[in-house]
Ligand binder design. Structure first.
Ligand code: GTP
Length: 326
């Protein structure tokens, strides 16, 4: 089975980290966000993923020179101008010929971190197709739906998902009437590609989903397992803490065996990557120290993601530290 993975965004909210590294290639525990996603897709039966690329494609090609990641074969569809989400899906799907096949395919946002079972989503989609579905969307409940695409759906005991009756992208605060939002993973029948020409910018959230709702062809797959949109500084750091903190279905090691943490340094509730250094007397908490980054002697780092160097004695809180350091 194929997946189209959206990885072509600018990642502006995670600057300066994304000045050097595209968001899906940022660390998540001891792997990258993309590698964790590919592993999840692979466990769900996905064999091939086409990466919908635009901004900074080169690091992806360099990271996976044999075009394989976590057992999934990679294909690279590179946009010459940003096509937005639906444009990117249409372009990437055509790049690998999905418009000429009758097989359904998975679509995943490259910055969602979750414990969704892709296999269960696909199985639910197959059931939904009997009821007229052309697409099934993963939904998750959140406290403040105003930041997301809010979804209303018909649920019953025999049909936990059901047909989506309404899709409103980012409603004004206090007006949302459902806690369930677009969780960023979908299954599309190839027929959906008729609405996604892939030759101009188009939004799946603002155009395609409302259209499918109007036609009665969008169905829901709500789950309440772990889910995080890792695109903001606080959620990106949180995603890292959760992957080593025992909150997730799978757990990663907090401190890479090749990292050098001085015996008189303190590292709490944090991730320290391969080849990173935490020097004498430094204190690191609720943070991620990237592979090969350094935290100097007596420095204090709390709530941060550190890509570069924190100098000796510096105190840094709730900050993204880029390759230039602080
Ligand atoms: P911000 O700039 O911080 O908002 O991040 P972003 O650029 O990643 O935007 P956003 O989080 O809204 O994007 C959701 C998903 O769609 C991400 O996986 C992006 O990589 C992807 N995406 C957004 N726009 C495009 C596009 O024009 N082309 C492609 N290929 N992917 C896109």
């Amino acid at each position: 089975m194929f997946a189209v993975v959206l990885v072509g965004g600018f990642g502006t909210r995670l600057r300066p980290l994304t000045n050097d590294i595209p968001k899906p290639l940022l660390p998540l525990g001891q792997r990258t966000i993309l590698e964790c996603l590919m592993d999840q897709l692979s466990r769900g039966g996905v064999t091939d993923a086409v990466l919908a690329l635009g901004f900074k494609p080169e690091p992806f090609l360099a990271a996976y020179p044999d075009a394989r990641c976590a057992g999934v074969r990679l294909h690279y569809a590179i946009e010459s101008t940003p096509l937005d989400t639906a444009g990117a899906i249409g372009f990437a799907a055509r790049f690998v010929g999905l418009h000429e096949q009758s097989e359904a395919f998975v679509v995943a946002n490259g910055d969602i971190v979750c414990d969704l079972s892709i296999r269960e989503l696909i199985d639910q989609h197959r059931v939904n197709v009997q009821g007229g579905a052309q697409a099934t969307i993963h939904l998750t409940p959140v406290d403040d739906p105003s930041q997301y695409g809010v979804v209303h759906f018909e649920a019953s005991e025999s049909r936990p998902g059901g047909r989506v009756g309404g899709f409103v992208e980012k409603p004004s605060s206090g007006t949302a009437t459902s806690r369930y939002v677009n969780a960023g993973t979908y299954v599309f029948e190839s027929s959906v590609l008729q609405h996604l020409p892939g030759d101009a910018p188009l939004s799946v959230e603002r155009v395609t989903f409302p259209l499918l709702v109007e036609r009665g062809e969008l169905f829901a797959h709500p789950t309440d397992d772990y889910w995080l949109d890792a695109g903001r500084p606080d959620t990106y750091v949180r995603a890292n803490l959760d992957v080593v903190g025992g909150v997730r279905r799978e757990r990663d090691v907090a401190i890479h065996p090749s990292a050098q943490v001085h015996v008189h340094a303190a590292v709490n509730d944090s991730v320290v990557g391969a080849g990173a250094t935490v020097a004498d007397g430094a204190r690191v908490s609720n943070s991620i120290v990237f592979p090969n980054a350094t935290v100097g002697a007596r420095a204090q780092v709390h709530g941060c993601a550190v890509l570069g160097n924190v100098p000796d004695g510096a105190v840094v809180r709730d900050t993204l530290v880029g390759s230039e350091g602080v």
